[in-house]
Design a protein around this ligand. Sequence first.
Ligand code: 0O2
Length: 232
Amino acid sequence: MSKTKSTITAQSADFLKVLDPKEVARVRAEYPLIKKNYNCAIKEVRTKLEVLNEDFELQHEHNPIHSMSSRVKTVDSIFEKCNRLGYKLENNEFLSNMRDIGGIRVICHYIEDIYTVAELLKQQPDIDVLVEKDYIKNAKPNGYRSLHLIVKVPVFFVDGAQELPVEVQIRTMAMDFWASLEHQLKYKSHGVIPEFIARELLECAEAITASDYRMQKIHSFLEQIEEDLTRV
Ligand code: 0O2
C-alpha cells in the first residue's frame, strides 16, 4: 500500500507545479489532524476484524485471518491522487472523493475465508458498505486478485462522531505475494512493466489462483474429516 520514496519524490515535483501552493501548504499543515482521524477509523475497523477472527476461531477452530496491515495515505500520495484525478484541495473537497485515505489489508489463508470475513464485516449494523469490488471473481487483466470493500464507520471523537471511509483489501497470502511483487515492479519501472514480465506475471497469477483453489479443497477435506471424527 505504499509507493517507494524515490517515486514519491519524483511525483512531488510534478504535482507541486499544478496544485495551488497555498492550498498545498494548508493541507500539509492540517495533515496531522487528517492522519489522526483516519488512523482512528482504521482502529475501529481493525478491532471489528480482530474480534471476528477471535470469535470465529473459538467456534470453528480456524482463524480466517492470517495477518493484517494498515496505513494512512501519506500527504504526498494524497496530492498525487488529487492531481491525477482532479480532486480539489479547496475546502478539503478531496476528503469526500478520496475513500482510500485509510486502508487495511487483510491476509487470509483460504479463498473461502475472504468471503467469510467480508460477509461478517458487512453485516454489522454500524458498517455502511459504499463500494464492493470483487477482483477475485473478475480479476484485473494483469492478473490482480483481491476483494475490495470501502466501508464507512462512525468514529466517536471528543467533539462528536464522524463517519469516515476505510478501504479494506482482503486477499490470500498467495494473492498478496503476487500483488507485492507486481506493485514493486510497477513502481520501480515507473508504471511500465516490460511485456515479457507482464506475461510471466499473468501466468504466475493463474498458477497462484489454481493453487489457492486446490489448497481450499484440501482444507475443506480436512474440515470434513474433523467434523466426522467429532460425530463418532
Ligand atoms: P496504494 O499505494 O496501494 O494505496 P482508486 O482507489 O480510485 O485509486 P481504483 O482502480 O478505483 O483506484 O481502485 P481499486 O481498483 O479498488 O484499487 C485500489 C488499490 O488496490 C490500489 O491502491 C492498490 O493497492 C490495489 N490495486 C489495484 N489494482 C492493482 C494492481 O493491478 N496491482 C497491485 N499490485 N495492486 C493493485 P493504489 O492507490 O494504487 O496504491
